[in-house]
Design a protein around this ligand. Structure first.
Ligand code: SF4
Ligand code: SF4
Length: 96
């Protein structure tokens, strides 16, 4: 089991989940400081192209990231809505 970041992260990707993860298992396609610069610069189009992902091999299912997400984009994998099922695979694939 692990938590999964879904497509609802895209366009916001504020990286607040990263700060609370006790084992640093949340990563994205760019370094966090670069993503935060996109936020500061208001680069919404660029943010729509990216999201963060959770490494399912190391996530300890503590749940700390869930309430931090303004988009309610983070789910336990066993509670993932059917429509968002492909997002679990995309989290796995990001770390392969
Ligand atoms: S559930 Fe815990 S360990 Fe897993 S990504 Fe969220 S904060 Fe990190
Ligand atoms: S807190 Fe939510 S919106 Fe922000 S980066 Fe994490 S998953 Fe994406």
């Amino acid at each position: 089991m692990s938590h999964v970041i879904t497509e609802w992260c895209q366009g916001t990707c504020d990286t607040s989940c990263v700060d609370v993860c006790p084992i640093d298992c949340i990563q994205g396609p760019l370094p966090v400081n670069e993503i935060r610069k996109l936020q500061l610069d208001g680069k919404r189009d660029r943010l729509r192209e990216i999201q963060m992902y959770i490494d399912p091999e190391t996530c300890i299912d503590c749940g700390a990231c869930v309430p931090e997400c303004p988009m309610k984009a983070i789910y336990e994998d066993f509670n993932l809505p059917e429509r968002l099922a492909p997002d679990a695979s995309r989290n796995v694939a990001f770390f392969q």
